[in-house]
Write a protein that binds this ligand. Structure first.
Ligand code: ADP
Ligand code: ZN
Length: 639
């Protein structure tokens, strides 16, 4: 609706309301202004008629209206009204008593009028309601646009993103080249009789650039880009999700060739009838509508749907059938080279010094997604701006990394000396365990400056990217986590709540070892899902309940064995290193934050001296080459 016609509607409505109000007021005043007639009973009327006191009567249906003589002589006649049946006998009675009577033919329009009068308030109410609804929508409040799709459309001109903006995921880009080509020249393909995939499913962890990739496809092909999130579809109102889908596809068809991007498709596309969610009818309707739409448009309609998820396993198989999302493109976490590329792409957007070694940053950020890296550079730019320096340098990048990995330091939090020392013991426990456990990730930094909710942080980073971890590496990770509590018990002789997060994480690693990686001797190499469906089935079929209960108990026992075993091991190690821990605590009390070299200096002075000497030598030489493997394990920190 354009502005002009909207204004017109508005004034029309105001006029309608005004007229209605006037009408009602007039009607009411008419009624009240009339002299109110005296009500008399039918018997009284007959009596007065016989006595010749009725001077005039008008009979309208069952209403007798007229005038009668007043009680006192000489007074004016009084109006009266009586209700009673009329008929031939009444006519005879009146004429025999010489009462002048007039009969009125029942009015045809009286019914209409009475309906109008009684319904008028209602109509006004409805009118006002509609009026306000329109008002609210006009004001940008979309609360009432129930069925309208909440999609966003970026037109051809508004989407400057191309493949140049996407870095480090070359394979995914290559797979999508074909889609770009089709969008550019659909005729070439349809002439050949080739069926173009209608749906492309982008599978990858959050922040790996799925949305970015879909936008880049549209940008490359110069095609409009529609996007909607799966969670938008699923709303409280029944039927809304389905109508949103319909609406979205309608506009897409009108703008073809184009890309429709459905983010978080698992929010609607979960397997139907799969138990615990309570059988969400609304979601099923939405999913069905999505399937209908996908089947509905012909291959040459030029609409290509791209959807993103990080849980392809929970999707309804119907979605993955040929002719629907039959093509899957994996969007992986970037490896070290990918991270370097991504950093370079985003570094162009900020004012950054040109001597920055992006390779080194990429090396120090295993497990970072594209979004994390973009965030890292942005944080660095924010820090540089707040310091009022010209360019982002290594210094800002390092503080940005600390902030991203460990949270913002809270210098304002006042801790007593005792509290600080407690934290130092705890963190020293993590650090020393990490230092003397060969398979554990090296400790990168330890700090007793409170950050976020944590009082202190020990942060380890893997040396290299890792594709998989073996059993002993996982156990080493658990050891480092238990190190905090073990130090509390050994050296403080009291335990604090500070280890709750450590324990939770250690338990979860142990649980995965037992239930997912098949690393328990007792239970063997089996997967024990916590899939909701299985739980559901187990509840329904009483017999399976027994098996699962038995297994659950065994799983718990195995987890306990792993964590308790680790705790004992760590306590033994730490009692041996009691002196070193004490020195580390002193260093922490003095400096609050220790980096890798400072830790080395305390825990292994000889090695530290050697390293320093080597570094001096190396400074004169030039770069060293390194390889580029990959990692699924994110950087870890032990709180
Ligand atoms: P997803 O949809 O996979 O959750 P997004 O596409 O929304 O991730 O990524 C968020 C942001 O992270 C992007 O806008 C971009 O700035 C950055 N990003 C993620 N991956 C990449 C990449 N491969 N290359 C460049 N930037 C990326
Ligand atoms: Zn801890």
């Amino acid at each position: 609706m354009n502005l002009k016609s909207k204004g017109l509607h508005k004034s029309l409505l105001i006029w309608a309301v005004l007229i209605a109000v006037v009408f009602v007021v007039v009607n009411l005043t008419q009624l009240t202004s009339k002299e109110k007639p005296t009500e008399i009973s039918m018997t009284e009327f007959r009596h007065k008629a016989k006595a010749g006191e009725i001077t005039e009567v008008v009979i309208d249906g069952i209403e007798y209206k007229g005038e009668m003589k007043a009680e006192d002589e000489g007074e004016k006649d009084i109006k009266f009204i009586a209700i009673g049946p009329s008929g031939e006998r009444m006519m005879e009675f009146l004429s025999s008593n010489n009462v002048p009577a007039t009969y009125i033919k029942p009015e045809d329009d009286s019914l209409l009028k009475s309906i109008l009068v009684s319904w008028l308030p209602m109509i006004i109410m409805i009118g006002l309601f509609i009026f306000f609804m329109r008002q609210m929508q006009g004001g940008g409040n979309k609360a009432f646009s129930f069925g309208k799709s909440r999609h966003q459309m970026v037109g051809k001109d508004g989407n400057p993103i191309t493949f140049k903006d996407v870095a480090g995921i070359e394979e995914a880009k290559e797979e999508l080249e074909e889609v770009v080509d089709f969008l550019k020249q659909p005729k070439v393909y349809t002439k050949m009789g080739a069926k173009i995939p209608r749906g492309v499913l982008l599978v990858g962890a959050p922040g790996t650039g799925k949305t970015l990739l879909a936008k880049a496809v549209a940008g490359e092909a110069d095609a409009p880009f529609f996007s909607i999130s799966g969670s938008d579809f699923v709303e409280m109102f029944v039927g809304v999700g389905a109508s949103r889908v319909r609406d979205l596809f309608k506009s897409a068809r009108e703008n073809a060739p184009c890309i429709v991007f459905v983010d978080e498709i698992d929010a609607v596309g979960r397997q139907r009838g799969a138990g615990v969610g309570g059988g969400n009818d609304e979601r099923e309707q939405t999913l069905n509508q999505l399937l209908v739409e996908m089947d509905g448009f012909a291959g040459d309609s030029g609409v290509i749907i791209m959807a993103a998820t990080n849980r392809p396993d929970v999707l309804d198989p119907a979605l993955l059938r040929p002719g629907r999302f039959d093509r899957q493109v994996t969007v992986p976490m970037p490896d070290i080279r990918g991270r370097e590329e991504i950093l370079k792409v985003h570094a162009k957007k900020i004012r950054i010094a040109d001597h920055i070694d992006f390779k080194a940053i990429a090396q120090g950020t295993p497990g970072f997604s594209g979004a994390d890296l973009a965030n890292l550079l942005n944080e660095a730019a924010l820090i540089a701006a707040s310091k009022r320096v010209e360019l982002v340098t290594d210094v800002e990048l390092e503080s940005a990394k600390d902030k991203v990995l460990m949270g913002k330091p809270r210098y304002s939090m006042v801790l007593t000396e005792d509290e600080k020392r407690d934290t130092a013991w705890h963190e020293a426990g993590h650090t020393v365990t990490g230092f003397f456990t060969p398979l554990a990730d090296p400790v990168h930094k330890v700090s007793i400056v409170p950050r976020g909710r944590a009082l202190g942080v020990t942060q380890s980073l893997p040396e290299k990217d890792r594709l998989s971890a073996h059993r002993d590496e996982l156990l080493a990770g658990i050891d480092v986590l238990m190190g905090g509590r073990a130090a509390e018990e050994l050296f403080m002789k009291r335990i604090t709540t500070g280890a709750s997060n450590d324990i939770e994480r250690a338990t979860s690693i142990a649980k995965n070892m037992v239930t997912k990686y098949g690393m328990s001797d007792k239970l063997g190499p089996l997967h024990f899902g916590e899939n909701s469906e299985q739980v559901f089935l187990g509840r329904e079929l009483g017999q399976r309940m027994h098996t699962s209960e038995y297994i659950a108990k065994q799983i718990d026992e195995e987890i306990h064995t792993i964590v308790a075993g680790s705790y004992d091991r760590v306590k033994a190690l730490l009692s041996e290193k009691a002196d070193l821990i004490a020195s580390l605590v002193d260093a922490l009390m003095e400096h609050e934050t220790l980096d890798r070299d400072q830790i080395l200096e305390v825990l292994d002075p000889a090695k530290y001296a050697k390293k320093m000497a080597e570094e001096q030598k190396k400074k004169k030489e030039d770069d060293i080459q390194d390889d580029a493997p990959v990692s699924p394990e994110p950087a870890s920190e032990n709180v």
